[in-house]
Design a protein around this ligand. Structure first.
Ligand code: 5GP
Length: 120
């Protein structure tokens, strides 16, 4: 899929739309989800133009890959989730339910989250 420069996270990265920043480094931005599902619901995104994890894992530099993982850990530390636990979710593509076509990891925590998926 071609990267869409008009997606909402691209606008956040350009400063055209505000966000509640949690962490930032040269490769990564973390900010609060606008519609939190849990007491902690933070999104971590690479600054590069990557549609999905498929795209990122294939094309990102080693520095970007390392920074992204470390930024997730940084958010876990900032939010104090190390001992209580947390969940990471990355929705990819149509069946994954991805709504915003810029790679993002949801960091969820702050209460017991129950089973991974709703039973069908
Ligand atoms: P997806 O379904 O693509 O995995 O998740 C997209 C997430 O982006 C949703 O949890 C949604 O609440 C969040 N989101 C959508 N628009 C905005 C926005 O303008 N600002 C912020 N901070 N989050 C947003």
């Amino acid at each position: 899929m071609t990267y869409d420069d008009q997606n909402i996270f691209a606008k956040i990265l350009r400063g055209e739309i505000p966000c509640k920043k949690v962490h930032e480094d040269i490769h990564t931005l973390a900010f609060e989800d606008i519609n939190p599902h849990t007491p902690v619901h933070t999104l971590v995104i690479p600054k590069g133009k990557y549609v999905s994890m498929t795209d990122f894992a294939a094309k990102a530099s080693d520095a970007e890959l390392a920074a992204f993982n470390r930024a997730i850990l940084k958010v876990v530390e900032i939010k104090g989730l190390q001992n209580s636990g947390y969940r990471l979710i990355t929705n990819n593509g149509l069946n994954g339910g991805q709504e915003v076509p810029h790679l993002h990891v949801h960091v969820l925590g702050g209460r017991p989250l129950g089973p991974m998926l709703t039973r069908m």
